[in-house]
Design a protein around this ligand. Structure first.
Ligand SMILES: [Zn+2]
Length: 258
């Protein structure tokens, strides 16, 4: 979520409260803070869909110049993609594949492009093809890749990620699947692929990834124009959810605006 404070400052809200004092926080691994998930806005307490919500002051992040508050709800999912890239040790010049072209998959592609990587993405729907191309990614990955982002959350996607990952490469598991998924270890095992699960965002080299994601988004106006396919006023929220549920009809990211 994003908005404007009483003094007119445009901000995005980081929906996790790190404690800053547990062993994981002190180790710099704030995504693994032992109490953060118990304080996640929108899951453990009211979030952006509530009439009002109370947030800790340090979760209110002023936007960098160049980032429109209307686009700033993308800071959060972009931070998810950035955290997965950092966890995977992504470096410029690497060959990257992304499996799945929902908003998280597309934002992983956008992050990899910002890092200076060639990116190919597996997409399903025409709106996703157009968004991938607008982000500078090619379609239809083939061959061997240094880093593969699995952003679909299915057994088929994991098998495809294993096939596409080069020997000694890395698969970043960034999808969320609430149900168990049956996968074969064999392709990943034979190539000694490193599997890197990633959840939310934290710090990398002392920088808060949410802040870095806001800076990246400010540098790349093509990201919101590619990924935000629909905008609705709050009064039409029911329509917004109906559209957001229909990927085949062209929805990627749907934004509600006051
Ligand atoms: Zn902590």
């Amino acid at each position: 979520m994003s908005g404007v404070t009483d003094d007119g400052t445009p901000v995005a809200v980081l929906p996790l409260e790190y404690c800053g004092t547990c062993d994981r926080c002190l180790a710099g691994e704030t995504a693994q803070c032992r109490t953060a998930m118990a304080h996640m806005y929108g899951l453990a307490s009211d979030g952006g869909m509530a009439d009002t919500m109370v947030v800790r002051e340090d979760t209110v992040v002023p936007l960098p110049d160049g980032l429109d508050v209307r686009d700033a709800s993308l800071v959060e999912p972009l931070a998810v993609a950035l955290h997965a890239a950092n966890r995977a040790g992504l470096r410029g010049g690497q060959r990257v594949a992304v499996i799945g072209a929902g908003s998280i998959g597309l934002l992983c592609a956008a992050i990899a492009r910002d890092f200076g990587c060639d990116v190919a993405i597996a997409a399903r729907h025409p709106a996703q093809y157009a968004a991938a191309e607008a982000l500078g990614a090619s379609l239809g990955p083939g061959g061997a890749y240094d880093v593969v982002f699995e952003a679909a959350g299915s057994a088929t996607a994991f098998a495809q990620a294993s096939d596409l990952c080069d020997r000694g490469g890395t698969i970043a598991l960034v999808s969320t699947s609430w149900r168990p998924v049956s996968i074969s270890f064999m392709a990943a095992q034979l190539k000694e692929v490193t599997l890197v699960p990633a959840i939310v965002y934290g710090h990398c080299h002392g920088d808060r990834e949410f802040d870095t994601a806001a800076q990246i988004l400010a540098r790349h106006p093509e990201i919101p124009s590619a990924v935000i396919t629909h905008r609705f006023p709050l009064d039409d929220a029911a329509d917004a959810f109906r559209v957001a549920a229909d990927r085949a009809a062209g929805a990627i990211k749907v934004v509600l605006e006051p």
